[in-house]
Structures are given as C-alpha cells and as structure tokens.
Design a protein around this ligand. Structure first.
Ligand code: NAP
Length: 319
C-alpha cells in the first residue's frame, strides 16, 4: 500500500532537515526519507556526519561536532511532527501528481509514497581517492573541505590532491594557515583556469609534485605522512604532512532523478525563482542544486526557502 503524504523530503542533511522543521511547523506533516547507512561516506545526515568540529555554523560560540549538530536538526524536526523513514528513494515518477516515490524497503509495483509535493535535498558527495584508511582518517587529517577544516592546520605542512580549480582554490586558501602546501597532481598539466594557476605559481607557500598520486596514508590516530607514487617511474616517496585535502571534484546525488527533472551539464538540479524546479510542486535545496557555496549554513538557508516556496505553492494550487 502506498502512503499518501502532503510533503516528501528526500535527504536529511542541513537542507532537508531545515525544510522538515519549517514544513512541520507549518502543519504539513512532512515525511523525511533520510537515507540509510550503506557506507561510512554515505549515511543519513549527509556530509556533516563525516566532519569533526564545526566552528563556522553561527550560534555555537565554542563550535559543535558535525554529528551532534545533525542530531539536533533531526530532533528539532521530530519535535514539530516530522516523521522519518530510514531508507533510500530508489525511483521516482514526477510525470503526474501525486508524485510517486519508491524506496529500497518497498520496491515493487506500488510506490512507497504518493506525495502532493517533494523537496529534493539529496546533497552532493566529494569524490574520494578510494585508498586504504581514507574514510577512517576523515576528520583526523584527511579532509574534503578547506573552508571547513583549514583553520585546524595552522603552521602544519599539508598537501592537496587535484589539479582543477577546486584544488588550487583550496590550496591558496590553506596558505593562510599552513606552513606549506604541496599540490599533488596526477599529470604535468593543471586543469584549473589560467588565473588560478598564475595565483598558485606565484604563492611562495605552494609547491607541486607532478605526475603523482597519493597511494598510502600513514599515522596511528591521525595523519602523519602519505606515500606519493610517481605515475611514470612507479617510484614511491614519503611526504610528511599532517593534513591531506582531497579536491578532485564533487558529484551531486541525482542519479534517481535523471530524466525526471532538469539538470545542468554537471548533473546539478536547476532551480529558479528560489528553489522551484521545472516540475511544479517539486523543489530542490542544498548542495544538490548548489556547486558554488556548499556550506552547511547555505544549505540550511535554502532548505528554509524550499519549505516557504512549497507552502506558497500548495496554497496557490489549493491543495
Ligand atoms: P575538476 O575540474 O573536475 O578537477 C578535478 C581534478 O582532480 C582534475 O585535475 C583531475 O585530474 C583530478 N582528479 C580526478 N580524479 C582523480 C583521482 N582519482 N586521483 C587524482 N586526481 C584526480 O573539479 P573541480 O576542481 O572540483 O571543479 C569543478 C567545477 O567547478 C569546474 O568547472 C571548475 O572550473 C569549477 N570551480 C570553479 C572555481 C572558481 O572559479 N573559483 C572554484 C572551484 C571549482 P585530471 O586533470 O588529470 O583529470
């Protein structure tokens, strides 16, 4: 049997849970399909579940741990009547209303939910190197976000992996804190824009290791060094760094929405007039539609916008 709901929220990071708080307080009884813990890098609560201390989320003078912040978001949404389903949406059909959503736990002909409106907040994931101990050391030397974690590396020697705009931007930003920043790139040519390259080459704190990848991480409880392997000679060398920023790109979690909703060339959902998508009644917020800011606070802000946009749409559509 399909459950009929007024609002289905897909995803439970800061965007989805803020949308849940607002729609719950508006008496819309949202159901949050929050995802499920399928791996350490993919679990309910989104990317902040992989972060240690968050110092830049306003309101917490002494900072707060990522998982604790997300537990607070969730508890607040629950307090106002949001309900949670710990599973993933496996398929959607947005061609007619009510919208149909199938889940991992209720696959078959009948969708799990028939929803009058949907908020998509499935986020994005940082691409990782997929080497041993990488996810274990996230928050303990390994990071995918310089803005979030750079401050913790004051006077450290650190490395950045990647050769695109993100890697160079992160490296430049990190030189504000670090003693040295080594960019490790798998080719001899950078992919980044010329201006970013010029800036990086001119920065005395930045050096480069070319044609190389990071193949091993060392350190008992936190990162102490990495093994760098030259892709041409096969030679290994050890680089003593206490921080490793992986900046090899992001990927929006939009696979299940392909063909159902407009996306840009990178697979991010296109929004206009706030958080509206091209399908009336379907809204998107957070990193799934933002590849520029990607902060917890901006995601939360757009979650609030989505809830307000949705509430207005329901009213205007007399649903
Ligand atoms: P990107 O342009 O796709 O660059 C990814 C980089 O990581 C490439 O240099 C790639 O190497 C390397 N890489 C990929 N997989 C790897 C692996 N497994 N091991 C080692 N290296 C790997 O991604 P991005 O830098 O995140 O940028 C994404 C988009 O956002 C781009 O359009 C970019 O221009 C834009 N952006 C703009 C700004 C800005 O203008 N301020 C800032 C950030 C991002 P190869 O070069 O060999 O493929």
């Amino acid at each position: 049997m399909s459950e009929k709901v007024k609002v289905a929220i897909v995803g439970s990071g800061p965007a989805g849970l803020t949308a849940a708080i607002y729609t719950a307080r508006a008496d819309l009884s949202p159901v949050v399909i929050e995802g499920e813990p399928s791996s350490t890098s993919d679990q309910p609560g989104g990317q902040l579940m992989l972060t240690t201390e968050i110092e830049n989320f306003p309101g917490f003078v002494n900072g707060i741990m990522g998982p604790e912040l997300m537990a607070n978001f969730r508890g607040q949404a629950e307090r106002f009547g949001a309900t949670f389903n710990t599973t993933k949406v496996s398929k959607v059909d947005f061609s007619t209303r009510p919208f149909k959503l199938w889940t991992n736990t209720q696959e078959g002909e009948q969708p799990a939910y028939l929803a009058e409106s949907v908020i998509i907040s499935t986020g994005a994931r940082s691409l990782l190197l997929n080497i041993d101990r990488e996810t274990e050391l996230i928050g303990h030397g390994v990071s995918t976000c310089a803005t979030c974690d750079g401050f913790f590396f004051r006077d450290h020697d650190i490395a950045v992996v990647g050769g695109g705009d993100s890697a160079l931007e992160e490296a430049s930003f990190l030189t504000k804190f670090a003693r040295s920043v080594t960019i490790i790139h798998r080719r001899k040519e950078l992919r980044a824009s010329k201006i970013m390259q010029d800036r990086a080459f001119a920065n005395p704190k930045i050096s480069f290791i070319w044609d190389s990848t990071v193949t091993e991480l060392h350190g008992a409880n936190s990162l102490e060094a990495v093994t760098v392997t030259n892709q041409i000679t096969g030679e290994n060398s050890k680089l003593n760094v206490t921080g490793l920023f992986v900046a090899i790109g992001h990927s929006p979690n939009t696979d299940i929405f392909k063909g159902q909703i407009d996306m840009d060339d990178l697979g991010y959902i296109v929004t206009k007039n706030g958080t509206a998508t091209n399908v009336p009644g379907v809204f998107a917020c957070g990193d799934v539609q933002d590849h520029i800011y990607r902060q917890a606070i901006t995601a939360a802000g757009s979650g609030c916008m989505a809830a307000i946009d949705l509430e207005k749409w329901l009213k205007d559509s007399e649903i």
